[in-house]
Design a protein. Structure first.
Length: 315
């Protein structure tokens, strides 16, 4: 565990309106005091994030959920009992004490209680409600190490707390509980199957039938600088010597790539998620023309992995 000195320094910076990058079990977040609109505005500036994209508020104590939001359905308690602390974000009706800049003017808000001890301890030492988007420039790959944050945003923020590599490796699942039926707006660390086991019927956002309410649903996002292409077979590869390859499972490639990473040689989807952004960051640093990525099975957390890859790929 990180020293008390560091935790309380991070808490103090947030309390005083600064920005601190904090480790969570999903990805590193760029944290600011939710109650301080000026501090929240700094996040949008540091990330070059458009103001129409609302933020997730991170809490460490369930009482805070009741202070911030109107909890008027049993299903909300069911979801938080089962999945908090953990990689589930819920969309609920907000109260007036939540500044508009947090919710981009919507009457709903996103809340999650992370599982990472360091995140929880920092939230407790600040004001108890910390907004934290992924700590990357808008549209770019999410950070899963403190170094990723330092490289991308280091000079724009007040402190980076190093909590090691993020265990889950993809962002939280965003579940909207304000509609008639629960609907997943962004697949993530908690799988659709896990949600259905506990909550029963759960819909999944589909842009053809539901209008997007939040830009996590934008088509292009999480992208490396190098063009990325998803392939089903190596026959689709051109110019392998000038390309990188991100594979999955056992792979005997006859092609020679400039560099390669494997998300999980054993074909384990959870391991693959935990390495996804780390591997993409690594390949994006190489001087290659293209990153080819092997298609991942669309089950469990594989759905969240493929969501990120589709959004990162060339259109
Ligand atoms: O795992 C995570 O969720 C990470 C870590 C740091 O906790 N955070 C994260 O934040 O991914 P961000 O800002 O990159 O993604 C927030 C997502 C966006 O897709 C946003 O549109 C959605 O939550 N969101 C926030 N408020 C919303 C609302 N009121 N209605 C619908 N979607 C909302
Ligand atoms: Mg993000």
């Amino acid at each position: 565990m990180i020293e008390e000195k560091i935790l309380s320094k991070a808490g103090d910076i947030i309390k005083n309106g600064g920005l601190v990058a904090i480790p969570t079990e999903t990805v590193y977040g760029l944290g600011a005091d939710m109650f301080n609109p000026k501090a929240v505005a700094k996040i949008f500036e540091a990330k070059s994030r458009p103001f129409f994209d609302p933020l997730i508020t991170h809490i460490a104590d369930i009482e805070m959920l009741y202070n911030l939001a109107i909890i008027d359905k049993d299903i909300i308690k069911k979801a938080t009992d089962a999945f908090w602390p953990g990689p589930l974000t819920i969309i609920v009706k907000k109260r007036d004490i939540v500044p508009d800049i947090v919710s981009s003017g919507l009457d709903t808000m996103a809340v999650r209680m992370p599982k990472h001890k360091v995140a929880l301890e920092i939230i407790k030492r600040s004001t108890g409600a910390v907004v934290a988007p992924s700590a990357n420039p808008f549209g770019y790959l999410s950070p899963t190490t403190a170094d990723h944050v330092r490289e991308q945003l280091g000079d724009r923020i007040d402190m980076v707390v190093d909590g090691g590599l993020c265990e889950v490796g993809v962002e939280s699942t965003v579940l909207d509980l304000t509609r008639e039926r629960p609907i997943v707006l962004r697949p993530g660390g908690i799988s659709i199957e896990e949600l259905r086991d506990v909550l029963g019927e759960v819909e999944v956002f589909n842009r053809k039938v539901t209008s997007p309410t939040a830009p996590g649903q934008l088509e292009s996002h999480y992208a490396p600088r190098t063009p990325l292409r998803i392939i089903e077979s190596l026959n689709e590869v051109e110019n392998s010597e000038k390309s990188a390859y991100l594979s999955f499972g056992e792979e005997e490639s006859k092609l020679k790539f400039k560099c390669m990473e494997n998300l999980s040689e054993l074909g384990d989807l959870i391991e693959a998620a935990s390495r996804l952004f780390y591997s993409l960051h690594k390949l994006d640093r190489e001087d290659v023309e293209k990153i080819y990525v092997k298609k991942i099975p669309l089950e469990g957390i594989g759905i969240a992995i493929m969501d990120r890859l589709y959004k990162a790929s060339e259109k």
